[in-house]
Design a protein around this ligand. Structure first.
Ligand SMILES: Nc1ncnc2c1ncn2[C@@H]1O[C@H](COP(=O)(O)OP(=O)(O)O)[C@@H](O)[C@H]1O
Ligand SMILES: [Mg+2]
Length: 284
């Protein structure tokens, strides 16, 4: 459904690339997540794929159409939720939805139903300018579903939402996925990537480091880790150690023998642990 080959993009045209030779595909009905820290290039890739930034180098095909050949009909097939939401601030949520719906030349879904789906049923007549960041985030998500998109682009769809709302919105995304929608989403939150994505691409400095299912990433790169808490000079210290690593394993037995151990928890490496292992930096 999405095919990207050797995509490169430079904002500065100075020989540095903020998207630096990226290739990937998203199969029909699949949810692919781009996971990476702020500034990694996630939004830039999404903006190129939706035609908001020009194609500079490489190729990208979305639903059989090369990005450089997009025409207005193409926008009937995709839905886009932006990281920094845009809307007509003086219009109500419903008016915004109706205006946006009028731009499509395909049948659109009931705006009230969509606003309800994202929990904005009580804000239908409220001016979008008076919305909180979280409400605006949910509003653009509802708006991006108007045309029942075949390919849905979600840039940081859960940022700024409280845990309860975040869970509701995750459920909306899961339901859409169930209907066969192909989803490209970006996030800097490993939990979002893990819960929603069939496959995850780790992105850092404009490059994809690795791309696979969360489960395979853990099987391949995630060592079992133990967190040990022990008392030393009256203070509690914590060490996180990998069991697959000889030095760490020796350290575990050393601590067990020589320290006053308070707790020992073992677990799998998280996607962020693996991200750090592969890139040398975290997701924040
Ligand atoms: N409009 C812009 N002009 C110049 N540089 C930009 C612009 N937008 C983003 N960048 C730079 O491009 C890089 C990638 O940004 P972005 O795609 O927004 O990352 P992410 O979405 O992963 O946080 C960053 O170094 C950012 O500073
Ligand atoms: Mg971004």
């Amino acid at each position: 459904m999405i095919n990207v080959k050797d995509l490169k993009f430079s904002y500065r045209h100075d020989g540095t690339y903020q998207v630096d030779g990226i290739s990937f595909e998203v199969k029909e009905g699949e949810t692919l997540g781009f996971l990476g820290p702020n500034g990694a290039g996630k939004s830039t890739v999404q903006k190129i794929l939706i035609g908001l930034l020009p194609m500079q180098e490489g190729e990208a095909i979305v639903d059989g159409v090369a990005v450089k050949d997009y025409n207005s009909k193409f926008f009937n097939k995709i839905g886009v939720s932006f990281e920094f939401p845009n809307a007509y601030k003086k219009l109500s949520a419903l008016e915004n939805m109706e205006y946006y719906a009028s731009l499509f030349d395909v049948p659109t879904q009931d705006p009230r139903m969509l606003l309800k789906l994202v929990g904005l049923e009580d804000a239908v007549d409220k001016k979008v300018g008076d919305f909180s960041k979280g409400m605006l985030q949910r509003f653009v998500m509802a708006r991006s579903m108007l045309n029942k998109p075949e390919v849905w682009f979600l840039d940081e769809p859960l940022s700024g939402l409280d845990p309860q709302t975040s869970q509701n919105i995750k459920n909306v995304i899961k339901q859409e996925k169930e209907t066969g929608t192909t989803i490209f989403l970006t996030t800097h939150d490993m939990h979002v990537a893990e819960e929603l994505c069939d496959r995850v691409a780790f992105i850092e400095s404009g490059k994809i480091i690795v791309i696979d299912s969360p489960r395979n990433l853990k099987l391949k790169y995630g060592e079992k880790v133990v967190n040990i808490e022990y008392k030393e000079s009256g203070k509690t210290k914590t060490e996180k150690l990998a069991l697959g690593n000889e030095k760490d394993a020796d350290r575990v037995s050393e601590i067990l023998k020589t320290k006053e151990v308070e707790t020992v928890h073992s677990g799998e490496a998280t996607l962020e642990d693996i991200f750090i292992e592969l890139t040398g930096r975290g997701l924040k």
